[in-house]
Design a protein around this ligand. Sequence first.
Ligand code: IMP
Ligand code: MG
Length: 177
Amino acid sequence: MIQLNDKSFDVFIQEKEILKEISDLANRINTDYKGQEVTFIAILNGAFMFAADLLKSITIPCEISFVKVSSYHGTVSTGRVDELIGLNTDLENKHVIILEDIVDTGITIDKIITLLGSESLKSVKVCTLLYKPASFLGKKAPDYVGFSIPNAFVVGYGLDYDEKGRNFREIYQLKED
Ligand code: IMP
Ligand code: MG
């Protein structure tokens, strides 16, 4: 069990299981994109550990760029505006795979796909370590899923609770009290 601020968490997925699943995901991508080149777009902060471990098992030619979705207040009439920061590569006519730590409602992924300018890409797919199908409301369901999990809050392996817990090698689930 671990304690982060006011909450307790129990181990939910062991490191060994996580790494095995990630290597299986990488093999599927290597097979599906054989003879082609892929540009990975990893979404910060949560996907940093997943992206690092996945890329170690990718054998096809690839590039990776780490981006962050940032929200700022535009004019009063438009309200909140989202932008993608850190994109340092031209994606036109590229096969893009978005790497996420977790897809919950799917709203973030839909926003990212729009911000990437998906019309100019050769293809776009979503690869996520974790997926909560019960809360999904989005347009684009993830194409590659490590673990489909129930609707409970998880931390570790890049995922945070109030920015804490990203450093753990295992994934933990909020303890019900
Ligand atoms: P969505 O837009 O609802 O799919 O939310 C996705 C984002 O919410 C993820 O990138 C995470 O940052 C965060 N998130 C959703 N569920 C969890 C969770 O169980 N633990 C930690 N972060 C989560
Ligand atoms: Mg995230």
